[in-house]
Design a protein around this ligand. Structure first.
Ligand code: UDP
Ligand code: LCN
Length: 797
């Protein structure tokens, strides 16, 4: 099977495209990625004679090419013809046939490219999960990936309409199941004994409710309903109870997707939640992860608080006097370095019943592991951690939770173990999948292995993402990327870790489990700079002093012209955050330097005080750049961790001074700081690589910049400030539109409403699907877990 090159580019362009492709300069081994290919083509097109014609078709074709390898004299091309789907072609020098090759052949080519010495008879472990994907319905249109709940509602309401006997029984059985805190809810199975009786009972209840003579006496209404077979949980007022019962009647008579979702979302199913983030260093004060997990900790704390509020309201609306309880399960670390990481139980501030529950890691002899361990080395401890965590959760909650939420690769794996043993619905949140963050982490896995152990982490990811009942992502491109580039989950579809494993089908992106639900920020802390009365004068003074004036071992640089507007940035000094790139770009652009100062809050200024090799190297690099461009009068570097309240005031102070926020990461999975700045009314410039692409509408609610093209990035900033000097409304416009965008799309209230809905809808779905089919996948995952994951993990103790 082949396609002709002419189906992708015009005939007259083919000779030039071939000339380009067959004269590429190859690195060792001969493999080029999209960015390299586009740069090479840019160079090629600049050198050729313009009379040879337009190259628009070749550009279009090459933008969709993800990688090219040279295998013997064949070019192997990965072409992403649409979202969530790649084709693999082989092209030779003799003709224009793009021959389709299988994933397995492609992986073998690629594996041999890196490991030419691999004996032909040595076959690598091959993982193919495709045979297990058929246990449920799948999406068809790639553009609907990320809206799994919509698909499920349509599918389930269709099933209720087409197969009412089976599905009405399922619905009846499901309603009968509900209990909260030991109290039976919704249906009294002794009075309503089957789906047929349910219809009759509903008619009776409606009759009573419509003619009720004591509409304000909810207790009396509930008493009467109990006699008709309807227990508590239908609502907290006559109109609400009536509406909910009416919805159920409609679903049975004439099911439709919107009604089904609304009805399921009213069922009081969730009052106890366990959020898992095992690797630890999880606290509220100065303990926000370490390193590279700061955003995750902020996310979970804010989510837990907002979820408590939402669930309280949800249970109240159902007419129940129940307080929800939320546990954040993390690691207990005895060597706490002055933090609360050694406390078993810590109440989350400003909540009624949200707790951090810490469970220690244990050695094989059952003794407690006392020191902090990087997230890349925690794998051998998770199996026992899951066992211990289950016991602790049961003790704290007096039973099972109603929802388990995993966070990051480790939390998702533990959620998988707990979901399996406790029989509880599981939601996964990746935050960041390291496979996309570390270029070639699969292909050169053995070089990464001593420090990062990606072979274990990627297996944990594969197991957890295929077992989750639903997965929430902060952006759509986290799942399927953009039209031209591959998404984070998508990168697990097929890959090779040469000599170790070849994954030919690792994730089904068309499974309805994926849903995009972006996070928000704590709006008590991040509010617009214009809301002067909410701001504390004391805090303003303290943060101004820290950011602009203080001189001590944590602060570097004295601004020569403090009145200039600031470029503000705040992040850890990880390579990928690219703050060194920003400072270098700033150093190289004289025009920009004349207009603005740069203020950054980042890690520590003394590399000796850093606990992380990558961070220490970045700190040293930062010092070198500051010196090289003589920036000490233009840049302030605050090497200190700011508390949450201080960060809120910092964004507002920058907005007061007509500044902007810059997020220059080489790749950012989402980027909470961008949202925080937008909620504060500070205009944003953020990387175009990753999540920010979906936070910001370019040139409307902020700017997307390419940090790998520093001159263009700083020119954009200069242009912005020039325009602001000409017309102050220019700055105001971006501040206002950024704020509007953040408030309308990125709030925790929206997030929690959707998360709770998903739990309920997927709860019903999980109940309705054949457990037998899913069992096959469970067994396969179990084998991978014990034979591959645990085996390898044990070796890094
Ligand atoms: N942060 C903070 N104090 C600091 C530096 C960062 O509170 O000194 C917070 C910041 O406000 C944000 C989080 O850490 O809420 C970083 O999250 P983000 O998603 O931007 O990046 P991550 O660190 O997760 O990659
Ligand atoms: C991890 C990241 O790398 C950030 O991009 C996210 O904003 C953060 O987690 C919260 O999800």
């Amino acid at each position: 099977m082949y396609e002709d090159l002419s189906s992708f580019v015009d005939e007259q362009e083919i000779p030039l495209l071939r000339e380009f492709l067959f004269n590429l300069s190859w690195p060792v081994p001969p493999l080029l990625l999209r960015n390299d290919i586009l740069l090479a083509f840019h160079h090629f097109s600049q050198q050729r004679d313009p009379k040879e014609g337009d190259l628009a078709g070749s550009w279009r074709f090459l933008r969709k090419v993800q990688e090219i390898m040279l295998a013997d004299d064949l070019l192997i091309i990965i072409y992403r013809h649409r979202r969530a789907n790649c084709r693999i072609f082989a092209l030779n020098a003799d003709n224009d046939h793009l021959i389709n090759i299988s994933v397995m052949d492609f992986l073998t080519f690629k594996e041999r490219l890196v490991r030419p010495g691999l004996p032909p008879q040595q076959r690598t472990l091959t993982i193919n999960l495709a045979p297990f994907y058929d246990y449920g319905p799948g999406l068809k249109d790639p553009h609907t990936i990320g809206q799994g709940i919509k698909f499920l509602n349509r599918h389930m309401s269709g099933s209720l309409a087409n197969n009412p006997d089976k599905w009405n029984r399922l619905l009846y059985e499901f309603l009968k199941l509900h209990q909260l805190h030991g109290t039976q809810l919704l249906l009294d199975a002794a009075l309503v004994r089957g789906p047929e009786e349910l219809e009759e009972a509903l008619a009776g209840a409606m009759d009573f409710l419509e003619r009720c003579r004591y509409p304000d006496d909810v207790e009396k209404i509930k008493q009467r309903l109990r006699k008709l077979g309807f227990l508590d949980g239908w609502g907290n007022s006559l109109p609400r109870i009536l509406e909910t019962i009416h919805m159920l009647q409609d679903i049975i008579e004439q099911p439709d997707e919107a009604n089904l979702e609304e009805f399921l979302s009213r069922i009081p199913m969730v009052s106890k939640v366990a959020l898992l983030s095992p690797h630890g260093w999880f606290g509220q004060d100065n303990v926000l992860g370490r390193p590279d997990t700061g955003g995750q900790v902020v996310y979970i704390l804010d989510q837990a608080k907002a979820l408590e509020d939402f669930l309280s309201e949800d249970l109240r609306d159902a007419g129940l006097e129940i307080e929800p309880k939320i546990l954040i399960i993390t690691r207990l670390i005895p060597e706490n370095e002055g933090t609360t990481s050694d406390q078993r139980l810590e109440k989350v501030w400003d909540t009624r019943n949200v707790w951090i529950l810490r469970v220690p890691f244990r050695h094989p002899d059952n003794s407690v592991v006392t020191h902090w361990i990087s997230r890349f080395r925690i794998w051998p401890y998770l199996d026992q951690f899951a066992v211990d965590a289950e016991e602790e959760i049961r003790r704290e909650l007096g039973g099972r939770p109603d929802l388990l939420v995993g966070n990051y690769s480790d939390g998702n794996l533990v959620a998988t173990r707990l979901s399996r043993s406790m029989g509880v619905i599981q939601c996964n949140i990746a935050h960041a999948l390291e496979k996309s963050k570390y270029l070639f982490s699969d292909l050169y896995w053995d070089q990464f292995e001593p420090e990062y152990h990606f072979s274990i982490q990627f297996m944990a990811d594969l197991i957890a993402m295929n077992q989750a009942n639903f997965i929430i992502t902060s952006t759509a491109q986290e799942i399927t990327g953009t039209d031209n580039s591959i998404g984070q989950y998508e990168s697990y579809q097929f890959f090779t870790m040469p000599g170790l494993l070849n994954v030919i089908s690792g994730i089904n992106l068309f499974h309805p489990r994926f849903n995009v639900i972006p996070p928000g920020v704590n709006q008590e802390i991040y509010f617009p700079h214009t809301q002067k009365r909410r701001r504390s004068a004391r805090m303003r003074k303290a943060v101004t002093r820290l950011l602009f004036e203080q001189e001590d071992q944590d602060c570097l640089g004295r601004l020569e012209n403090p009145g200039l507007p600031p470029l503000f940035t705040i992040a850890r000094l990880d390579r990928i955050k690219n703050l060194t790139g920003l400072v270098e770009a700033f150093g190289q652009d004289e025009k920009l330097r004349q207009r603005v100062n740069l203020v950054m809050v980042a890690s520590v200024v003394d590399p000796e005080r850093s606990k992380d090799a990558e961070e220490a190297a970045e700190i040293r690099k930062m010092h070198a750049i500051l010196k090289q461009y003589n920036l000490h009068g233009r840049v302030r570097w605050i090497g200190k961790f700011l508390g949450k309240a201080e960060t809120g005031e910092a964004y507002r102070l920058m907005a007061d001074r007509g500044g902007v926020f810059v997020q220059p990461a080489l790749f950012e999975a989402f980027g909470l700081t961008i949202l925080e700045a937008m909620h504060s009314g500070l205009p944003v410039f953020a990387t175009q690589f990753g999540g920010p692409l979906e936070i910001i509408e370019h040139e409307q609610s902020g700017f997307l910049v390419n940090p790998t093209d520093p001159a263009v990035m700083t020119a954009r900033l200069t242009d912005f400030f020039q325009r602001c000097e000409e017309d102050s409304r220019y700055w105001q416009g971006f501040s206002r539109r950024g704020l509007e965008r953040a408030r309308s799309h990125f709030t925790w209230q929206r997030h929690c409403r959707k998360l709770t809905r998903l739990t309920k809808v997927y709860g019903f779905w999980r109940y309705s699907i054949s457990q037998q089919a899913k069992m096959r996948l469970n067994q396969y995952s179990e084998a991978l877990y014990h034979l591959f994951y645990k085996e390898r993990a044990e070796k890094i103790r």
